[in-house]
Design a protein around this ligand. Structure first.
Ligand code: NAD
Length: 432
């Protein structure tokens, strides 16, 4: 089956490569010429474990191609996936400009029956918007609209796509549902649960899922704050809560607030959806506020540990919004960097994958070659993203590099007792 993947970013590239691996013929289209040119040379524009081999293998087999020619992509495909960005507008509502552009291109170039699938995270009503655009411009060919939200996580995207918890297909048309089952047949045969519903419900499932996870993160961050005030240990509280199967242990790790390209954007969009419906999504509104407060609280923590900040130098370990990705969109680590700079601190930084992206926003930082180089001459260390290579640092070597043994561990990677026994002043999150 011929598939056109429009948008070759974190979602489109992974989805396109994985669908090719499942046996589909996939054309990935992007309007970013530099990205397509790089992909044509075998250069993967993002850091995502396993992706490079997957792309190379499927290109070799002739099942995966890259182009900027959207017309050719649309004409050649039965199924057109829309995987373009839906960034937040200043008021928090999702900007659907790119989705609209693709819908217009489909209307213009469709040459037969097409299944138009939104993979992008879009608010309820977008399926209808795409239908209206295509129908308004092209009355000659039939088409079906499907909402197929994506749940992959950056850093484990390939594995997540190939081993999903569920596949959501929102569609009211049996012909398109059968085609979508064919697209995902290898996963269907592996007994992946399929949730088949209407378009609006499928669109809402994505916001409901991300909103719920964001609530869970903010909940444990609030508990962490209580723990700090009352001298309790959030790790013990989270373990005690998480063993209840109705709660579960995942997403109960406190930290510097949620970030990334999805949770901040999707919580704002969920609040906006509710406002447009004339109501208030109280829990989500509170979660957004809690997250902003959590991020801001990190600077107080650093001040508490390091003393007056102006004129000091910080070693910040980790810049990406989570480990195993180079994505810095809405990264809490960058919020910490920004707060430190505003407080008059010089920042030395190291990240295994995200430094090139960070340089575009903070060219004034000193970018180090590893964690020890980062700590060289700094007054204190802030562990901001829990990359594996920061989990087992040689603390003696780190101590020789840094001016004072002060560690602010915003990801609770280290054991406070061990650090204190080694002469460090240690500050974690929610651990007195
Ligand atoms: P991204 O910014 O990495 O990629 C989007 C790509 O679309 C860019 O390369 C851009 O050049 C391209 N594009 C925009 N308009 C285009 C057009 N008219 N024609 C061709 N290409 C076009 O974004 P992403 O992180 O892959 O996210 C895409 C969507 O998937 C968003 O709606 C996001 O919310 C959703 N999503 C993202 C994740 C994630 O972890 N990143 C997970 C699930 C869902």
């Amino acid at each position: 089956m011929n598939i056109c993947m429009v948008g070759t970013g974190y979602v489109g590239l992974v989805t396109g490569a994985c669908l090719a691996d499942l046996g589909m013929n996939v054309i990935c289209v992007d309007k970013d010429e530099a990205k397509i040119e790089a992909l044509g040379r075998g250069v993967i524009p993002i850091y995502e474990p396993g992706l490079e081999e997957l792309v190379a293998r499927n290109e070799r087999k002739g099942r995966l191609r890259f182009t900027t020619d959207l017309k050719a992509g649309i004409e050649s495909a039965l199924v057109i996936f829309i995987a373009v960005g839906t960034p937040p507008r200043p008021d928090g509502s999702p900007d659907l400009t790119f989705v609209r552009e693709v819908a217009e291109a489909v209307a213009e170039h469709m040459n037969d029956y097409k299944v138009v699938v939104t993979k992008s995270t879009v608010p309820t009503g977008t399926g209808k918007m795409i239908t209206d655009i295509i129908r308004g411009k092209n009355g000659r060919f039939e088409f079906s609209i499907v909402s197929n939200p994506e749940f992959l996580r950056e850093g484990s995207a390939v594995n997540d796509f190939l081993h999903p918890d569920r596949i959501v297909i929102g569609c009211s048309d049996t012909r398109a549902i059968e085609i979508m089952k064919e697209v995902y047949k290898p996963l269907f045969l592996r007994e992946t649960p399929f949730v088949i519903t209407d378009v609006a419900s499928a669109e809402l499932i994505k916001y409901a899922s991300n909103g719920f996870l964001a609530v869970k993160i903010s909940f444990i961050n609030e508990i962490a704050q209580l723990c700090e005030l009352m001298g309790a240990n959030v790790q013990a509280v989270a373990t005690g809560m998480g063993l209840d199967p109705r709660i579960g242990p995942r997403f109960l790790r406190p930290g510097p607030g949620f970030g990334g390209s999805c949770f901040p954007k999707d919580t704002s969009a969920a609040a906006d959806i509710a406002r447009n419906l004339g109501t208030t999504f109280e829990l989500i509104e509170a979660t957004i506020r809690v997250n902003a407060r959590t991020k801001a609280r990190m600077l107080d923590k650093i001040k508490g540990a390091a003393g007056p900040l102006p004129g000091k130098t910080a070693a910040v370990l980790g810049l990406s919004f989570k480990p195993e990705t180079d994505d810095i969109r809405e990264s809490p680590a960058l919020a910490v960097v920004e707060d430190l700079l505003e407080a008059g601190v010089r920042v030395r930084a190291f990240d295994p994958a995200a430094m090139e992206n960070a340089k575009a926003i903070f060219p004034q930082l000193h970018y180090a070659k590893d964690a020890y180089d980062c700590a060289a001459g700094a007054d204190f260390v802030v562990l901001a993203t829990e990359w594996n290579e920061f989990r087992a640092l040689d603390l003696e070597e780190l101590a020789r590099a840094v001016r004072s043994r002060t560690m602010i561990d915003l990801r609770n990677v280290y054991d406070p007792d061990e650090l204190r026994a080694a002469g460090w002043s240690y500050t974690g999150v929610g651990r007195s």
